[in-house]
Design a protein around this ligand. Structure first.
Ligand code: ATP
Ligand code: MG
Length: 402
């Protein structure tokens, strides 16, 4: 049947449709990404709409599901959004094959990616990184997608570059031993810091990128557009048209201001709580006063490193002391830790509160949940095993503010 054979048959009044509305699965991906990623609306929209096209079978055939290039400053969420997509779709943030292009400069290093031809030294010694099996290792019953991240592509050698072009264009790769790898169910993400300097100069023309203080707030609409254009131009200058034409989209990530970092602090604290409940030998809960949060924010703000610096500050000022408190048995299972700010010492202070009280109802709920769950783990004992299942409902009850 050809298109012209299709004859419309009128069945009442035409209805106005809303092409912006997405299906349930794409909407679920969108809200999962929104929970973890702050201030990168365009990147979220792109990933969601590409996923939607894949689900409905409307994506271009014979190409990867996505070919996305992410530009923008360091620590702005380029890698994180790929991990968050993997987490949302296959339940595992580590289900991403990461290739740091700078590491594959010489031919023997390329062999780590695709293996060497039969007979060559090293053939069959180790399985290359990009096999069909490697791509499919994280597939679930429901989602048969793979996530491949090429970092710092501007540093790729010619050999890696050619390999990448083949993947982007035909969704296939030939391994050293001539086996074919199919990338038509892969989302390909590429990152580059290219143009970061030009984009930074626009943010703070006189003092340079590194001096921009996040208190300045996000740039306005016109400046944002200028920054985007600068990023796109830098990409077009450096990369060949044959590469640019194979991309679905170049997304320029925004630099993060104070409001975004504050939201990221919330997300990171929630993740710390999740770690304490699922991995810590003596799970406990904690809350932070507003002043303590402000202290973390002020110590964790360095425009050069985006949220990366904030994350390190949380580890250094909060998680490391917590680990000392556990190791020295000042904190025990089910305790509640209150973190305040000591204005005189200009440091966080740690107080134990409501010992054992908060865990009771929660661990009871967890026990019920793990009994009800058919996939409850058979390894591990006691609280650890109980807490490793279904911690999510618990987290909703845990409040960090005072
Ligand atoms: N937009 C964001 N939303 C939420 N968390 C973020 C965001 N940006 C950064 N983070 C936090 O900071 C950490 C570092 O960010 P990420 O690894 O994504 O940086 P990047 O943009 O890939 O930088 P680089 O160019 O140096 O690779 C993340 O693991 C995450 O915890
Ligand atoms: Mg990165």
């Amino acid at each position: 049947m050809v298109f012209s054979d299709l004859m419309p048959v009128a069945v009442g009044q035409p209805q106005r449709l809303d092409p912006a509305r997405t299906g349930q699965e794409a909407a679920a991906l969108e809200s999962a990404l929104r929970e973890l990623i702050v201030g990168q609306e365009e990147a979220i929209q792109q990933i969601v709409s590409i996923y939607q096209m894949h689900l409905t079978g409307l994506a271009s055939p014979g190409r990867p599901v996505a070919n996305l290039l992410f530009l923008g400053p360091t620590g702005s969420g380029k890698t994180r959004i790929v991990e968050a997509t993997a987490q949302a779709l296959v339940g595992n943030p580590n289900a991403v094959i990461k290739i740091d292009c700078a590491e594959f400069q010489h031919s023997h290093e390329i062999a780590k990616l695709i293996g060497s031809p039969p007979g060559y030294l090293g053939h069959r010694e180790t399985e290359p990184l990009l096999t069909q099996q490697a791509l499919e290792q994280y597939h679930t019953d429901k989602v048969k997608l793979s996530f491949v991240l090429f970092d710092e592509i501007e540093k790729a050698s010619d050999a890696v570059w050619n390999l990448l072009l083949g993947i982007l264009d035909k969704a296939t790769l030939r391994l050293g031993d001539n086996r074919k790898v199919d990338f038509s169910r892969a989302m390909i993400f590429m990152t580059s810091n290219l143009g970061a300097a030009e984009m930074g100069a626009l943010l703070r023309p006189r003092l340079g990128f590194t001096a921009r203080h996040p208190n300045m707030g996000p740039p306005d609409g016109r400046l944002t557009q200028k920054i985007r254009d600068a990023g796109q131009e830098a990409a077009r200058r450096k990369f060949t048209p044959e590469f640019i034409n194979r991309l679905d989209k170049i997304v320029v990530f925004n630099s993060l201001g104070e409001a975004e970092l504050r939201q990221i602090l919330d997300i990171e604290l929630r993740l710390v709580q999740q770690r304490l409940l699922s991995d810590c030998a003596v799970p406990f809960g904690f809350s932070l006063s507003e002043a303590a949060r402000n202290h973390l924010l002020s110590q964790g703000t360095d425009a050069r490193y985006g949220a990366r610096h904030l994350k390190r500050t949380i580890e250094r000022l909060l998680v490391q002391p917590m680990s000392n408190l556990v190791a020295s048995r000042q904190l025990g299972q089910g305790d509640w830790l209150r973190v305040e700010f000591d204005a005189e010492a200009r440091a966080l202070e740690f107080l134990r509160d409501r010992q054992g009280l908060w865990m009771k109802p929660i661990s009871a709920r967890l026990e019920t949940a793990s009994r009800a769950s058919s996939e409850s783990p058979s390894t591990g004992t006691g609280a650890e095993a109980r807490l490793s299942t279904r911690t999510r409902p618990v987290l909703e009850e845990v409040k960090f503010g005072e």
